[in-house]
Design a protein around this ligand. Structure first.
Ligand SMILES: [Cu+2]
Length: 273
């Protein structure tokens, strides 16, 4: 049994931003009218620190998130309080899909970007005093905007209230950035095949294809391990809370029992068939 790496998950959100009134756009929720991020400040984002790659199973997207130096320097120790000047960019791509519309996975079990479709570039920047124009929907000192690759707008500043309203859900404790935890725990954003919750593997039996990779995500509050039960192969993989492990199986059928070494009654099985 080959193992290792680290990976994660999902949650999502919907938001209703409609205000039913008679008079057009002035009834939108408040937002900045000027772009204080600027495409020129983000266009080289692919050279920044890669924070996480998240596979979105619902809308079949690959979301690749980058941070400039001040953003990437953020740690648990700074309580995810991003330094001024931080810019986080999320590039969203359509995933390559088979004829049934299912994402085609690569050798590591990950979604693949479809080069035939153009990505969208979402950006958020924190600077002293930013965000005030969102008024009641303010997210600390962040402002938002989204671009197409040619620098034209996908979401204008005056429409970026939708970003702020939804990112309110990430909350102040995360400084309104949803999934920076993936970066901190070195987790991957693969779609999980199994989770660990309240001292259990859920589900306790996972089915996999020969040669495929599965990802188990620790959605509990403390560390657990996944180890092959046979003593000779005992090599538990430690998975911190909020993190995950990806395990690649040999190209043959078989059953693999696993267990948490920290909690002996936590058991599960992968059936490769
Ligand atoms: Cu455990």
């Amino acid at each position: 049994m080959a193992v290792r790496q680290v990976a994660v998950v999902s949650s999502v959100v919907a938001v209703s931003i409609l205000s039913l009134t008679t008079v057009g756009s002035s009834d939108n929720p408040p937002a900045p009218t000027v772009d204080r991020i600027g495409f020129s400040a983000v266009k080289d984002y692919q050279k920044w620190t890669l924070l996480y790659v998240f596979d979105r199973p619902d809308n079949k997207q690959v979301r690749t998130v980058y941070g400039n130096d001040p953003a990437a320097a953020t740690t648990d120790a700074t309580l995810c309080n991003y330094a001024y000047g931080s810019i986080v960019v999320m590039e969203t791509w359509r995933a390559i899909q088979d004829s049934a519309g299912n994402p085609v996975l690569d050798a590591n079990g990950r979604f693949q970007k479809d080069p035939a479709a153009a990505p969208t570039i979402f950006a958020m920047k924190k600077e002293k005093g930013y965000g005030v124009d969102y008024q009641q929907n303010r997210n600390g000192e962040w402002e938002y905007v989204a671009y197409h690759p040619d620098g034209s707008y996908q979401t204008l500043p005056q429409n970026s209230f939708s970003c702020a309203i939804c990112h309110l859900q990430a909350g102040q404790s995360k400084d309104w950035v949803f999934r920076f935890g993936l970066h901190l725990t070195r987790a991957s954003g693969a779609v999980p095949d199994g989770t660990i919750k309240d001292y259990r593997f859920v589900p306790s039996v996972i089915f996999a294809k020969p040669g495929s990779t599965i990802t188990i995500y620790n959605d509990d509050v403390i560390e657990h391990t996944v180890g092959d039960q046979f003593p000779a192969a005992w090599d538990p993989v430690h998975i911190k809370a909020g993190s995950s492990v990806s395990i690649t199986f040999p190209n043959q059928t078989g059953e693999f029992n696993f267990q948490c070494v920290l909690h002996a009654n936590m058991k599960g099985k992968v059936i490769v068939q």
